[in-house]
Design a protein around this ligand. Structure first.
Ligand SMILES: [Zn+2]
Length: 407
């Protein structure tokens, strides 16, 4: 078994000291400070305020989005779609589909607005909500698209979830690993030229590395530490580009079909109210709560509860609200009011908590996480830098010529 020395990275301890000090400061002196534009607090990782009290995350967002030219972006999008259609493969694109709001809207737009022939794929994470399952059936029938649901060996998958909850204090990274697995397997199977997802860097929460990670290196290390064999891990975990050796990269470049991957919300407006209307009116879509995110996952509330065990008093939703404020879909006042409610609620166990423990056959002590263990115990930020081999760089031109000749 590989010993990766999980004792603690040095910055992990620093992080905890800083967070504890800031909570102490807030509780004793009431000195909590939030960005004057969004609602991110002063203990948010890497946050800096300008002289007007506006944070660097707001400035970053403005640089990318405040003068964004949607007309130009949509023209670019149509060019990408035309080039995918021109390849005349069995499917023009692959859409990873959870049955949730954003991915449902992606399928709708691709089929109805842009006339693509998609293959829609769902990873059965074993705890999809009834709403999600119903939405998936309705969507494929109404839009008349091919859909596959992939179930990976449930006994191994359950063991992986348990290992991750006990070792990393969360379960989302296993689900993300599964989604990536079905995406890549089906892209290869049908040589699909384009993968389209509904993740938005404009309005979705963008957690910095210090807060969350689902990186495969981290997943691999937790699973190895929990006693999984490499073969078992590799049967679900697909390596990302920067994890591949030069020879693996060469093999892929020579034998696999290239594909382009895009996030649809990076090209067109992504307005929550409009999306909701389209889904209800055109897709017979069902949701227990119109403004609730992640209705596709039965245990979404547990994700946030477990995060608070890693970082005390951390309210995940503040990132999402901050994005919506920047995009003018929510006012700061509304966000602060909702956040206040969340802070009250997150002190209590979520309703689904007993179900969650039973489902994964866990005890309360398994998720206590008093040490605040997280991905930071397994990976360091500077490990994620993309390292391109010199050999690969030298060979990039011959590859391009080879690819051109091949197609
Ligand atoms: Zn801000």
């Amino acid at each position: 078994m590989l010993d990766i020395g999980c004792a603690s990275w040095p910055f992990y301890d620093n992080r905890n000291i800083e967070i504890r000090f800031s909570i102490f400061k807030k509780r004793i002196f009431g000195l909590m400070r939030r960005c004057a534009k969004c609602i991110l607090p002063d203990d948010f990782p890497n946050i800096k305020f300008d002289s007007n009290g506006v944070c660097n995350y707001c400035h970053e967002w403005d640089r990318k989005w405040s003068t964004f030219d949607y007309a130009k972006a949509e023209r670019e999008l149509v060019t990408i779609f035309d080039s995918a259609k021109a390849k005349k493969r069995r499917y023009d694109c692959l859409i990873p589909y959870s049955g949730g709001r954003d991915s449902s809207y992606v399928v709708y737009l691709c089929k109805n607005r842009y006339g693509l022939n998609p293959l829609v794929v769902t990873f059965n994470n074993l705890f999809m909500s009834q709403h999600a399952i119903q939405n998936i059936f309705n969507m494929s029938k109404i839009l008349n698209v091919d859909h596959v649901m992939v179930t990976y060996k449930p006994d191994i998958l359950m063991k992986m979830y348990r290992a991750m909850i006990k070792g990393g204090g969360e379960f989302c990274s296993i689900c993300t690993t599964g989604i990536n697995y079905v995406k890549i397997i089906y892209q290869k199977l049908f040589s699909i030229p384009l993968i389209i997802s509904g993740t938005s860097t404009r309005v979705d929460e963008q957690s910095p590395f210090e807060v969350t990670s689902t990186h495969p290196l981290y997943v691999r290390r937790v699973l190895i530490k929990s006693g999984f064999f490499s073969d078992e891990i590799n049967s679900l975990l697909i390596k990302r580009q920067y994890e591949l050796s030069v020879f693996e990269k060469i093999r892929i470049k020579l034998f696999d079909t290239d594909y382009v991957q895009i996030n649809l919300p990076d090209y067109i407006p992504w307005d929550n109210m409009e999306i909701q209307q389209v889904l209800e009116n055109e897709l017979g879509w069902e949701t227990p709560h119109k403004h609730k995110d992640h209705i596709d996952c039965k245990f979404a509330s547990i994700k946030y509860y477990l995060k608070n065990k890693q970082i005390p008093n951390f309210i995940f939703t503040q990132e999402k609200y901050s994005q919506l404020i920047r995009d003018r879909q929510m006012t700061r006042k509304e966000a602060l009011k909702l956040l206040d409610k969340k802070i009250q609620n997150e002190r209590y166990e979520p309703e689904a908590f007993d179900d969650f423990l039973n489902f994964f056959n866990l005890q309360r002590k398994d998720i206590d996480n008093k040490a605040g263990k997280s991905h930071l115990d397994y990976i360091a930020k500077d490990e994620l830098a993309i390292k391109e081999g010199v050999l690969l760089k030298l060979m990039s031109t011959p590859w391009k010529i080879y690819k051109k000749l091949k197609h």
